[in-house]
Write a protein that binds this ligand. Structure first.
Ligand code: SF4
Ligand code: SF4
Length: 298
């Protein structure tokens, strides 16, 4: 089942992108301590399916020494390790190598760099491009994360001529507030499945400093500071989870019906509807819909 554990090392970020589904910004609170990382990596060893550990955020390089030490512990425990960054530190290729060389020495198997119009205006000359060149020179396996802006297309399989939204922007978090305006919408009854996450058998979960174990952003299995992570993951059953259960059976439309959530008639896509319904249910299910800050609530 769960093969990857992704640490949201910090919610803090030097940027404040419109599409950020975690609502990260320079003002965001919540950062792991090394002891907490260590505790969860001990738990990770008890989950037989876990192979890889990722460090991401927010911006993980803002807490560089803690990130390095976390990578070291994870590598010593036998896990593959990856890191996700917007590469803000790469002012110059040679300087970027100073930041990346210790990651190479620790044997990371993936460096994923954000490079798209949300992060950088000039996609050919920016910190991510410089970090990419530095990583190549250091022989670090490196890739790019590219989020395409929403585009409007016509899908003949939908009702005749009905516009659909293309691109890879996920309408959750700040993207709902900043990017849904003016986009075509569809009736809420049409959103009867979750198409982006494997809710019944998640391949990876995100861990945050508050203990939340995210299956999708802001949708948690439970709290790892209250129940050991290995128990949460090994005992997870989507059907008995109060939010995932309805989502698996009938998507956001059933979730809204099941809990009689008041909502609008139309949404941009399933995630937009799902996120909006979940936001309305936070007070009812604080253990499973958390933390409030990823719903834009302080
Ligand atoms: S999308 Fe990435 S770079 Fe942008 S604010 Fe969120 S965490 Fe930071
Ligand atoms: S927001 Fe809801 S519908 Fe979208 S991927 Fe997450 S759980 Fe699935």
């Amino acid at each position: 089942m769960v093969a990857g554990l992704h640490f949201l090392l910090t919610y803090m970020c030097n940027s404040e992108c419109d599409h950020c589904f975690l609502y990260c910004s320079p003002r965001s609170q919540g950062t792991f301590t090394l002891n907490q990382i260590s505790e969860l990596l001990d738990e990770a060893k008890k989950i037989s399916t876990v192979e890889s550990i990722y460090f991401e955020g927010g911006e993980a390089f803002l807490y560089y020494p803690v990130m390095l030490e976390g990578i070291k512990i994870a590598r010593n425990a036998g896990f593959q390790v990856g890191v996700v960054t917007n590469a803000y530190f790469a002012t110059d290729i040679e300087d970027a190598k100073l930041w990346l060389k210790p990651l190479h020495e620790l044997g990371i198997s993936d460096l994923s760099l954000s490079n798209d119009p949300y992060h950088y205006e000039d996609e050919n000359d920016n910190p991510s491009v410089r970090a990419h060149k530095a990583a190549k020179e250091l022989n670090i396996p490196v890739g790019e994360i590219r989020i395409e802006e929403p585009s409007v297309a016509t899908d003949e399989k939908q009702k005749k001529g009905e516009p659909i939204i293309g691109g890879s922007t996920m309408f959750r978090g700040r993207a709902v507030e900043k990017l849904t305006g003016g986009l075509p919408r569809r009736r809420w009854e049409e959103f009867t499945e979750c198409i982006h996450e494997e809710l019944e058998s998640p391949k990876r979960v995100h861990l945050d400093p508050y203990g939340n174990v995210h299956i999708c952003q802001g949708l948690s299995m439970g709290n790892a500071w209250e129940t050991p992570l290995s128990e949460l993951v090994n005992n997870y059953d989507a059907a008995s989870h109060p939010i995932c259960g309805p989502l698996v059976k009938g998507g956001p439309a059933l979730l809204a019906r099941e809990y009689e959530v008041e909502h609008e008639d139309e949404y941009v896509d399933a995630c937009h509807f799902c996120y909006s319904v979940r936001k309305a249910l936070i007070e009812r299910f604080p253990q499973y819909l958390a933390p409030p800050q990823v719903y834009g609530l302080e």
